[in-house]
Design a protein around this ligand. Structure first.
Ligand SMILES: Nc1ncnc2c1ncn2[C@@H]1O[C@H](COP(=O)(O)OP(=O)(O)O)[C@@H](O)[C@H]1O
Ligand SMILES: CC(=O)N[C@@H](CCC(=O)OP(=O)(O)O)C(=O)O
Length: 262
């Protein structure tokens, strides 16, 4: 992949709260020749629609228990509602974007996760067809990707968005993944005060999961980060979407959020 390309994962927790400056920043970066590849979540919107339809939903270690009925809603909300909302918003601020789901052109190939007996149709990424992303970028568009995967027998899978973003970053071989969420980074209680850790290593993350300092939705983020920094990706940065011009700040190396390094 060309230099200047980075993967940005945008969590469902923060999508509605993203300020206009976030989208203006994306447009500025695209104009400057930077290449954002967006992978998005949408967990809260999925839960909301499942609730309206009276379908029960449950999480096991941060993964949604998924059957075909749940998968219908996951695909509808992620590839339909949320993906198009993001594409429309990016275009409204003047940038060029094309929305895809992991199903399109076998973009994200998947197989059942190891604990499928417990969580059902949740996928683990087996391959990312980077050539599709590269072709979209070549045409001057920002790819916006929904984390639904496809596997053997054309089976769809629900993939955690952090996991999908990490796999996309690894397969594209980008230098950096930026995880945009609703907290300013990985936080820790220091002398009774919650502080953002500027840098954490893999060993520190393992200790923080063990001690319970990292829990819930932060776990798939740090697991995806630890997985992708084993390869070409040199760092994963976790930041808040409400911080003005957060992407430009990370890319120019400002001290912001939490950097996860090898
Ligand atoms: N150590 C930690 N520092 C910051 N947030 C944490 C930590 N451990 C767990 N969290 C939780 O992780 C959440 C972010 O994950 P999640 O809600 O899944 O967001 P997203 O939709 O962006 O993926 C935070 O709102 C916070 O409640
Ligand atoms: C398997 C699994 O749990 N999939 C997630 C996919 C969306 C997601 O990950 O969205 P966030 O980034 O907003 O959490 C789900 O069904 O909620």
């Amino acid at each position: 992949m060309k230099s200047g390309c980075f993967v940005m994962k945008c969590g469902g927790s923060t999508l509605a709260a993203l300020p206009d400056t976030f989208f203006l920043d994306l447009k500025k970066l695209q104009d400057e020749g930077m290449i954002p590849v967006i992978v998005h979540g949408g967990g809260p919107a999925i839960s909301d629609t499942l609730g309206k339809l009276g379908i029960e939903t449950e999480f096991v270690n941060g993964l949604r228990k998924t059957n075909e009925a749940v998968l219908d809603v996951v695909e509808m909300v992620l590839s339909g509602q949320i993906n198009k909302q993001i594409v429309r918003k990016v275009m409204q601020f003047g940038a060029k974007a094309i929305g895809l789901s992991g199903v399109d052109g076998h973009l994200i190939e998947a197989k059942p996760v190891a604990n499928a007996a417990e969580v059902g149709l949740v996928g683990e990424v087996t391959n990312v067809n980077a050539a599709i992303i590269e072709a979209v970028v070549q045409m001057g568009y920002m790819p916006v990707i929904a984390p639904v995967g496809i596997g053997e027998g054309a089976q769809r899978y629900n993939i955690n968005a952090d996991t999908a973003a990490g796999a996309v970053a690894s397969h594209l071989g980008v230098e950096r993944m930026i995880v945009v969420t609703d907290v300013p980074g990985i936080m820790k209680n220091v002398d009774g005060e919650k502080k953002v850790l500027p840098v954490v290593t893999v060993a520190e993350i393992e200790r923080m999961i063990e001690s319970g300092d990292i829990y819930g939705g932060m776990i798939p983020k740090v697991r995806a980060a630890m997985e992708c920094i084993q390869g070409k990706v040199s760092e994963v940065v976790i930041v808040s979407g409400t911080e003005p011009e957060v992407l430009s700040k990370v890319l120019r190396g400002d001290s912001i959020g939490t950097r996860i390094q090898r």
